[in-house]
Design a protein around this ligand. Structure first.
Ligand SMILES: [Zn+2]
Ligand SMILES: [Zn+2]
Length: 157
């Protein structure tokens, strides 16, 4: 993976943050147009442990920007954060691990540079791939690092 979007496209965000917008959810979804319309999938378990999920994490957190405007040669796309089903709350359990606890870090990694290029050029989004589409798991995956266990695991479908 060597493909990097242009500075203009990133609009001040680190690439690993900008890359999370529009990517597949993990056992959660949006129930409406707004970023606060997030819902757990029925019976969802936590993305990072076997417990039942109790709430939803925005990746990246809404504080980084509610949406990200991807401007590209194939059009402009207003992208929302990906959603992760997690146990705990913003201050407890695995959800806290993504916030103050700083235990977990999630990045979206494309399988090849070609897929990254097709995303950042807007080609995928203008050719039938909806934001958050599970089809994106055919082209990349979430890599979640657990800083306490010192491990890294991959989430696909
Ligand atoms: Zn958990
Ligand atoms: Zn959160």
């Amino acid at each position: 993976m060597t493909y990097t979007p242009t500075t203009q496209q990133l609009r001040g965000l680190p690439v690993e943050v900008a890359e999370c917008y529009g990517k597949p959810h993990i056992r959660a979804h949006y129930d409406g147009a707004g970023v606060k319309s997030h819902k757990l999938d029925e019976g969802a378990t936590c993305a990072t442990c076997p417990r039942l999920a109790t709430n939803v994490h925005h990746c990246p957190p809404i504080s980084k920007g509610k949406t990200f405007l991807l401007r590209s040669e194939w059009g402009a796309f207003d992208l929302k954060p990906a959603l992760f089903a997690l146990c705990g709350s913003g201050t407890t359990g695995c959800h806290n691990g993504f916030h103050g606890g700083a235990r977990f870090k999630a990045v979206w990694v494309w399988d090849t540079d070609e897929f990254a290029k097709r995303w950042w050029s807007g080609w995928l989004l203008s050719h039938g791939i909806e934001p958050h589409s599970e089809q994106l798991y055919d082209m990349g995956s979430w890599k979640i690092t657990d800083r306490i266990l010192g491990s890294r695991f991959e989430v696909r479908l």
